[in-house]
Design a protein around this ligand. Structure first.
Ligand SMILES: NC(=O)c1ccc[n+]([C@@H]2O[C@H](COP(=O)([O-])OP(=O)(O)OC[C@H]3O[C@@H](n4cnc5c(N)ncnc54)[C@H](O)[C@@H]3O)[C@@H](O)[C@H]2O)c1
Length: 337
């Protein structure tokens, strides 16, 4: 077997720890460095990883400087799990050294930043993809299979998302927490199911009187897509009782019939008098393990990952346009070029 690929992880927060565990779970990858501006946070994370039995059989460099860590460990690729505000600088630093990057969502904070990263990827000829991890779900793939095999062209797509998590921390303080931090996943899934590009959006944000979030924790948005489809999203992060799954509750309709998925059970389609169950591949790696597997396959010469930056920017554009629509009260175009 060839030697394992050397991986540098940036960010040792809650999600960075999950990524490091996903790397440690694969024999063909080796965590060589963990960078966090708070180096004691990274040092604790390395110790915790070891205590959970995922001890790498080599030392992991703990650094607070990405530049130093890149020089010291010459990684084969970097996983960027730092806070969104750092994604631009982290990604540019890696791409300028021709080190491929698998970044957490969102790609960047603004579209200008995202375009800068796409240009850097093109200029350096280096892969930059964003992990939109909720796409890697066997039941979601089954829903998409029902659409492709039975529905044909769906023009009505809807997602309900109602939960009531108490996160504490930045989500309870940020502007537009639901749209920016969570709804981006549903927006991304909707355009993937339909196979069309976003065109425009009208969105209203709302913060219910009992909300424990500073920014708007509820939103309703209607997107037009390039095939004339409409995607309606309605969600809240302060909706206690009868909560939906974390994937949301989906309904997809074409002239042939309707498919539904509650984010937890096998999706089902009703087509005239027949009912068809979705077919899931339970062996497919899920969540971040799925996006990691796809990224590694791309480095091996396989197809570009689903979250390759030229495509993923469209999901960021949907999110930023929804925020702009809510702020202006206008239907706004979704643009990314
Ligand atoms: N796909 C998902 O379902 C999902 C879920 C949660 C978080 N995320 C994403 O993962 C990323 C991290 O989220 P989190 O919840 O782990 O946040 P977090 O705040 O727990 O951790 C972020 C870490 O990044 C470090 N950091 C900040 N700036 C840095 C820099 N310039 N260089 C190196 N380290 C830096 C911080 O010190 C902190 O330890 C975000 O982009 C978030 O949107 C995705």
């Amino acid at each position: 077997m060839s030697s394992p690929r050397r991986v540098l992880v940036v960010g040792a927060g809650a999600m960075g720890r999950r990524w490091a565990a996903a790397v440690a779970a694969r024999d063909d990858l080796e965590l060589v460095a963990w960078v966090d501006t708070e180096s004691d946070v990274a040092a604790r994370a390395v110790a915790d990883l070891a205590s959970r039995g995922a001890e790498p059989n080599h030392s992991v460099l703990v650094e607070d400087s990405l530049a130093r860590a890149l020089v010291a460990t010459t990684p084969d690729f970097v996983i960027d799990v730092a806070v969104p505000e750092a994604h631009r600088d982290v990604t540019l630093a890696c791409l300028s050294e021709k080190v491929p990057v698998l970044g957490e969502k969102p790609m960047a904070v603004t579209l200008d930043e995202a375009r800068e990263l796409i240009e850097a990827s093109e200029r350096s000829g280096t892969l930059f993809a964003v992990s939109q991890s909720r796409r890697y779900n066997a039941q979601l793939a089954a829903l998409r299979g029902l659409v492709d095999d039975h529905l044909g062209h769906p023009e009505i797509v809807a997602c309900w998302f109602y939960k009531a998590p108490h996160f504490g921390g930045f989500r309870e303080e940020m502007d537009s927490p639901l749209v920016v931090d969570m709804a981006i996943h549903a927006f991304d899934v909707a355009r993937w199911i339909v196979g069309s590009d976003p065109v425009s959006v009208y969105c209203e944000e709302h913060n219910p009187s009992w909300s424990w979030y500073r920014g708007a924790a509820s939103a309703t948005a209607v997107f037009e897509l390039s095939g004339g489809e409409r995607f309606s999203y309605s969600g809240s992060w302060c909706s206690p009782g009868l909560e939906t799954s974390w994937e949301g509750d989906w309904r997809v309709t074409s002239a042939a019939g309707t498919a539904t998925w509650d984010g937890a059970c096998t999706p089902v389609a009703e087509l005239g008098s027949s009912t068809v169950l979705g077919v899931s591949d339970a062996t497919a790696p899920a969540g971040i393990s799925g996006s990691l597997a796809e990224f590694v396959r791309a480095l091996d010469g396989g197809p570009a990952p689903m979250g390759e930056c030229h495509d993923n920017v469209k999901s960021l554009a949907m999110t930023l346009a929804a925020v702009r629509s809510a702020a202006t009260g206008l239907r706004v175009p979704v643009t990314w070029a």
